[in-house]
Design a binder for this molecule. Structure first.
Ligand code: GRG
Length: 331
């Protein structure tokens, strides 16, 4: 399932993202050849570069035309993608993941120790770049990394908890995912010297979009195939991560799912659990929740006026939902 960059139709975005790519390549270069190889592994494997694209679009929000981004906006994009990459390195160690972006995960290829160190290296590079963009961006990025960790810890604390509440889920994804989208948009606004109220609106937009993004990601884990995801499907339930559709089926009193979950799953149990969640209305209500986050995102960004960047950011939300809705209907 191709999930392209949702902002690639914005004028200048393809070229701006090429500049981000160059910056990422340089940032992933270490004195040591081996560290360079490990640090570039997931970068070379692809990825949509969604967060840099939102940073770039935010830096042009409200302008009548979109085009070449400033150097600062490009480097803002590089810094947020490096944080994302670093978090994937660490996440794959925690999950003992074997595949990411259709290739071997870093831990699978080189072991946990090297994966953690290379992840740290990427975070250090992100911090270095953020510092070049000023103390506000540096402080923001550091606080964002802390929020990612807090969100992830919330998730770990709820592992295999069949009574996990929606509030606990929302608090976790706000930290582990929405915080970085919020900061990507905020950095775009800061480096473009936007008014403070515009910077706040961009931040809130990024947060709401990031919440929808994670809900969609969690629905995809249940409805998509391994090939479509580029990693094993249904892995969240195996890992004891009970996401919104699962929480809703359990809250509905589904005994079959309740009996299956609460501990590790074998292959048959994984397939059975997926089938229960897929055939229950929770997929549709979860997508409705994602839609309401996107509606909130659109409302927040409206005061920034029209212009191609804002229009692209709004239609990115529709694209996000359409791709998964099509998959649900086809499946
Ligand atoms: C030290 C920064 C740091 C974090 C430690 C491990 C951790 C705490 C946080 C993990 C957070 C995490 C993995 C959130 C999931 C975010 C998510 C939806 C990832 C998939 O994003 P895409 O679809 O992936 O943008 P691509 O491959 O396209 O970049």
């Amino acid at each position: 399932m191709a999930r392209p960059n949702p902002l690639s139709d914005l004028n200048g975005m393809v070229e701006n993202l090429e500049r981000v790519e160059k910056g990422l390549h340089e940032a992933c270069t270490a004195d040591d050849e081996f560290l360079t190889e490990v640090a570039r592994h997931l970068l070379s494997a692809g990825g949509k570069r969604v967060r840099p694209a939102f940073c770039l679009a935010s830096s042009m929000a409200g302008e009548a035309e979109a085009g070449a981004s400033s150097h600062e906006a490009v480097m803002g994009g590089v810094s947020v993608e490096l944080v994302h990459l670093g978090s994937l390195y660490h996440d794959d160690v925690m999950d003992d993941a074997t595949t990411r972006r259709t290739v071997d995960s870093v831990n699978a290829r080189w072991g946990n120790l090297r994966a953690i160190l290379a992840g740290d290296f990427l975070l250090a590079r992100a911090s270095e770049i953020a510092a070049e963009l000023g103390t506000e961006v540096a402080g923001l990025l550091a606080a964002t990394i802390a929020k990612l960790c807090e969100g992830q810890v919330r998730e770990l604390q709820d592992a295999y908890k069949v009574g996990r509440s929606e509030e606990a889920y929302v608090a976790s994804i706000a930290g582990k995912t929405a915080a970085l989208f919020a900061s990507a948009c905020r950095i775009g606004g800061i480096v473009a010297n936007r008014d403070r109220d515009e910077i706040e609106a961009l931040t809130e937009f990024g947060h709401a979009y990031g919440m929808a993004f994670q809900v969609v990601d969690d629905v995809l884990d249940v409805v998509a195939t391994d090939e479509q995801l580029g990693k094993p499907a249904g892995h969240d339930m195996v890992e004891g991560v009970y996401t919104l559709p699962v929480i809703r089926v359990l809250a509905d009193g589904n005994d079959q799912l309740d009996d299956l979950l609460g501990g590790p799953l074998d292959e048959d149990q994984r397939l059975e659990a997926r089938a229960v969640v897929r055939t229950n209305g929770a997929i549709h209500t979860s997508l409705a929740t994602a839609r309401s986050y996107l509606e909130r995102a659109d409302e927040i960004i409206a005061p920034l006026g029209g212009g191609p960047a804002v229009e692209a950011m709004v239609s990115a939300g529709n694209g996000l939902l359409t791709s998964v809705e099509e998959l649900v209907e086809a499946g």
